[in-house]
Write a protein that binds this ligand. Structure first.
Ligand code: SF4
Length: 139
């Protein structure tokens, strides 16, 4: 196994992108980072730039304004990279489906490696989604 691959498995760095969510899923992602759920025990940290990230966490149904930003952020993450769609909105549009401003779901715009269902999903489910994406993409 290459050292860069091993480092991604042992310490995947996360970048979070809100594409128009109600903030419910985003609050759960913040909870994942708190000592109670403590995703840092898996080596994960939240980074401020997609250029430093290995895993992209996407919340929200992808509004018309966000579609170009989703693509730009995805392209800025170096290969290999994994994408986790978090919440019903990211998976299917959720309660916003059918709205004229919605361009999602996420997997119609960028490839998705793990889906985390729920409205909002529990923090444990988000941690599991990150683990599944890392296993699928980096092993
Ligand atoms: S899935 Fe639910 S909690 Fe998450 S952004 Fe959509 S409406 Fe909000």
């Amino acid at each position: 196994m290459r050292i860069t691959t091993r480092s991604r498995i042992k310490s995947p760095w996360l970048f979070h992108l809100n594409t128009g969510s109600c903030n419910g899923c985003d609050i759960e992602i913040v909870a994942v980072l708190t000592p109670r759920y403590d995703v840092e025990r898996l080596g994960c940290i939240l980074v401020g730039s997609p250029r430093h990230a290995d895993v992209l966490l996407i919340t929200g149904p992808v509004t018309r304004q966000m579609i170009s930003r989703v693509i730009r952020v995805y392209e800025q993450i170096p290969e290999p990279k994994a994408v986790v769609a978090v919440g019903a909105c990211a998976l299917s549009g959720g309660p916003f489906i059918g709205s004229y401003v919605i361009e999602g779901p996420v997997d119609g715009i960028v490839p998705v490696d793990a889906y985390v269902a729920g409205c909002p999903p529990r923090p444990e489910a988000i941690v599991r989604g990150v683990i599944n994406a890392v296993k699928r993409k980096f092993r």
